[in-house]
Design a protein around this ligand. Structure first.
Ligand code: PLP
Length: 233
């Protein structure tokens, strides 16, 4: 058994356990294998071992990987500049990181050009960390309403990158807050949105995130091991 296969067995067990704690099934949780800095051979190994969805956070790193694996299910999870949107549209099935209306409009424009609808999540800066991307909770609903008017963008839920913590329990309050916001928005029954995905939890804290309602977790290190940024060209 290789390391990726071994790691995935453990992760899948923990996902199942955490899902059960929140009265859900493991099949309700999507694991995004975060493949940033990971070379294509290792990515292919992960696909063989059952990873169904890959996440990349930089457009310039994503594109050559996409060329080699165009049929994989790719998500974009990183900060996205409006001038890079045109390179992504049609190639990723979900963009997790929309945090302003201009970006959503740009996604809408290039999606219209291809006559497709692009699925997106709104990224929320749940702990209001000054160095983090994401819309503050106080502005989230305004952004939801504006995005709902865009014909070629489908808002499918929320995403957050929780603070870096040593003890994952310290993020539970943020995951709870995210879940509350998610439910609040669902309850407002806005037309043309489908609040079904709550993307939160990474290697350090995904079990707590699932216990608090996450149905997408984004795991890199836990699958592939420690990242080596020297691999990047
Ligand atoms: C890198 C990254 C992850 C995965 O982080 P790990 O701690 O390696 O699991 C998840 N989400 C985003 C947005 C990332 O950039």
């Amino acid at each position: 058994m290789n390391d990726i296969e071994y790691n995935l067995i453990e992760i899948n067990e923990k996902i199942e356990e955490a899902a059960a704690k929140s009265q859900r099934n493991k099949d309700d949780i999507t694991l995004v294998g975060v493949s940033k800095t990971i070379d294509i051979l290792r990515i292919k190994e992960a696909l063989v071992c059952g990873v169904t969805t890959l996440g990349e956070n930089k457009v310039q790193e994503f594109l050559p990987k996409y060329e080699q694996l165009p049929t994989a299910n790719w998500h974009f999870i990183g900060h996205l500049q409006t001038n890079k949107v045109k390179f992504l549209i049609g190639k990723v099935s979900l963009i997790h990181s929309v945090d302003n209306f201009k970006l959503a409009e740009q996604i809408n424009k290039y999606s219209e050009n291809l006559n497709i609808v692009t699925n997106i999540l709104i990224e929320v800066n749940i702990a209001e960390e000054p160095t983090k991307n994401g819309v503050p909770v106080s502005q989230a609903f305004e952004l939801v309403k504006n995005i709902a008017n865009l014909q070629f963008v489908k808002l499918c839920g929320l995403m957050t990158v929780a603070p870096y913590v040593v003890n994952c329990e310290n993020n539970r309050i943020y995951f709870k807050k995210m879940h509350n916001l998610f439910i609040d928005i669902q309850d407002k029954n806005v037309n043309n949105i489908d609040m079904k995905f709550l993307s939160m939890g990474m290697t350090n804290d995904y079990t707590v995130a699932i216990e608090e309602g996450a149905n997408i977790v984004r795991i890199g290190t836990g699958i592939f091991g420690t990242r080596n940024y020297d691999n990047l060209t």
